[in-house]
Design a protein around this ligand. Structure first.
Ligand code: ADP
Ligand code: MG
Length: 623
């Protein structure tokens, strides 16, 4: 009998078949690479013992240097030392024209639409600069995992800010490709942080990720449901971070030490260095002794809190805005995750805990959380873990439906439905004798088709002519495991059918999805009212149309002049109401018209029965 190979759940059965995957936090100032080893994720040393690689690239005539060594050259060789390249990713030449003069580089026009920076090594574009950083990280990852031997890495998950748009994400992917990396997925930074704390394994709920770095603040509100993260909103400040803490403390220091307001650059730099040192040592000390020239003093937690509170207030106001954008109250937030070096500041932790009324997750190194989350996700995606742990792949991000009369959407599959899935619904014709039906497949949460995303249009032809409402057209939506949607329409009596296949998620980036969802929340009430109005209007149109047709046919024979006038007045009143915006009024007028036209309908029925029976003996109908 064959032996069963026993393996730990979640581990691949044969260790030598394990794939090598890394998670990369490609940051503005610093970048990190992490991997899962022996079941736990850890950052890999990239510069000596340090796991942090400075996101700096220096271009010499024949040399490219990456990391701390490159950053150290920024002062003496600014034009050839590229810093903060992340801010230029996905940006066009036009963008550079707008804010390029604030950057210390020589721009050399366009490189395929991308800005080119003039360096000693020739012109380079942001994708190439990022690729240098990625290459360094990949090399360190490879050395740590497989001793630099063999085929190298099987894949990488690279993180990007949640607010990155399509162009910025594409540029990041291009950089990875240029660096020879196989991108398993781009992952939103806040999502990666939540994954690092295992929050993807938890219950459904809302998670706030508070990321305060050196120069930027980002707040992201995520919703986790059935193992899937949605970005509900993002916010922050691109010019607020630990550097501002340093400036604030330095100003206080200057005042304490009796220095004037006009300080030279060297003094300012010394003060800033001293402030930064004091700030950082206060995360593990009650107070810190300071000395500047002849002056000696003390900075304690109370004073530090007083100094920093106005800046922390600013971040909390951004949190409030993000919550408002997500349409939720602060009490709906179940988990708070801290990211970024500046969240080590005790006062920041205290205020964040106070604001959200719960202790934030802070056990992991706030510099490493994003890379660690990315590594955990890479490990799953590369196939080292059971596929149940997959994220973001297994649901429909936005509802799928078709356009119905009056420009409304009818949702067949609602968002967050797990795939694969198949749903069908019956529709009918609007006009008598209608032989074709246009089917417009749309994606989105809004009631109006014009507010949703158009996915495909096709036609069902050859419907046998029938009176309006008599045809049964069955429309089936089927989404397979890869997210591929096929739509089939069949007319039941004749069996005529038509179908189309679309890829609904193609090109839909998280941000677009988030925006579309956001809009549907913001406009929900308005949409419900609009829908009621539009439905009443469509019904009114249908009533008017069929009554007109009937009147044309035998109104003159079956109605007295007085009745005819009365009907026409009621029709006119309904037409007027139809052009207005009051659904209740339309419904009222429609009722009046229906009551008035009842006798006419009855007489028409009698007449048609009479007609049908002409020339037949009554007993023919008894069989
Ligand atoms: P970025 O994401 O902008 O590159 P980081 O997340 O690396 O920035 O955070 C850098 C900031 O964290 C700096 O302002 C630094 O002074 C601050 N920082 C680092 N360690 C501490 C500490 N122990 N206490 C307070 N602030 C710290
Ligand atoms: Mg950061």
């Amino acid at each position: 009998m064959a032996l069963l190979q026993i393996s730990e759940p979640g581990q691949s059965p044969e260790p030598h078949q394990r794939k090598y995957a890394v998670g990369i936090d490609l940051g503005t100032t610093n970048s990190l690479v992490a991997t899962v080893r022996d079941g736990s994720a850890e950052a890999i040393a990239v510069e000596g013992d340090s796991v942090i690689l400075s996101s700096a690239v220096h271009y010499g005539k024949d040399t490219v240097t990456v990391g701390a060594e490159a950053r150290a050259r920024a002062v003496q060789d600014p034009y050839n030392t590229i810093l903060s390249i992340k801010r230029l990713m996905g940006r066009g030449v036009d963008d550079i024209r707008r804010f390029g003069d604030q950057l210390p580089y020589h721009f050399a026009g366009s490189d395929g639409g991308m800005p080119a920076i003039e360096t000693a090594a020739g012109p380079v574009n942001p994708v190439q600069v990022s690729a240098e950083i990625l290459k360094t990280l990949a090399r360190r990852g490879r050395e740590a995992l497989c001793g630099g031997e063999g085929g190298g890495l099987d894949g990488a998950v690279i993180t990007v800010p949640a607010y990155f748009d399509d162009a910025q994400r594409q540029a990041t992917k291009d950089a990875a490709k240029l660096a020879g990396l196989k991108v398993l997925r781009l992952l939103n930074e806040p999502t990666a942080a939540a994954v690092a704390y295992g929050l993807d394994q938890g219950e459904e709920g809302v998670i706030a990720v508070y990321d305060l770095g050196g120069g930027t603040f980002d707040i992201s509100i995520l919703r986790l449901s059935r193992g899937v993260f949605e970005v509900l909103s993002t916010g922050g400040d691109t010019a607020l971070g630990g550097d501002d803490f340093d400036r604030c403390i330095a100003t206080w220091l200057a005042a304490q030490a009796g220095l004037g307001a006009d300080l030279d650059a060297a003094t300012q730099r010394r003060l800033l260095g001293c402030a930064c040192h004091a700030k950082e040592s206060l995360t593990s000390n009650e107070q810190v002794a300071l000395r500047y020239g002849d002056w000696q003093g003390v900075l304690d937690q109370v004073t530090l809190a007083e100094l920093l509170d106005p800046l922390i207030d600013k971040t909390l106001r951004a949190c409030k805005r993000a919550l408002r954008d997500a349409n939720i109250g602060v009490d709906a937030v179940q988990e708070v995750v801290l990211v970024g070096g500046s969240t080590r500041t005790l006062r920041v932790r205290e205020r964040v805990a106070q604001y959200f009324d719960r202790p934030p997750h802070a056990a992991l190194d706030p510099d490493q959380v994003v890379a660690i989350g990315a590594a955990l996700q890479a490990d799953v995606l590369v196939g080292n873990k059971s596929s149940e742990a997959l994220l973001l792949l297994d649901v429909i991000p936005l509802s799928l439906g078709i356009e119905t009369m009056g420009g409304l959407t009818e949702k067949l599959i609602t968002r967050n439905t797990t795939i694969p899935v198949s749903k069908a619904q019956e529709f009918t014709t609007f006009k008598d004798g209608q032989t074709a039906m246009a089917i417009h497949v749309v994606q989105g949460e809004r009631e109006w088709v014009s507010h949703c995303r158009s996915l495909a249009r096709f036609e069902l032809r050859g419907i046998p002519p029938m009176v309006a409402g008599a045809a049964h057209i069955r429309v089936t939506f089927q989404v397979d495991a890869d997210g591929l949607l096929s739509v089939t329409a069949v007319e039941k009596s004749s069996g005529v059918s038509a179908d189309i296949t679309v890829k609904p998620s193609y090109g839909l980036e998280d941000k677009v999805i988030a925006r579309m969802l956001q809009e549907s929340y913001t406009h929900a009430a308005e949409d419900i009212a609009l829908r009621a109005l539009r439905e009443a209007q469509v019904e009114a149109e249908r009533t008017l149309e069929s009554l007109l047709a009937a009147l044309r046919e035998n109104g003159a024979q079956l109605l007295e002049e007085r009745e005819l006038n009365q009907l026409e007045r009621a029709m006119e009143a309904l037409r007027l109401a139809h052009n207005g915006a009051d659904a209740t009024e339309i419904r009222r007028r429609m009722e009046t018209l229906n009551t008035l036209s009842e006798p006419f309908a009855a007489r028409r029925m009698d007449a048609s029965i009479k007609r049908a029976m002409q020339g037949h003996r009554l007993d023919e109908f008894d069989q």
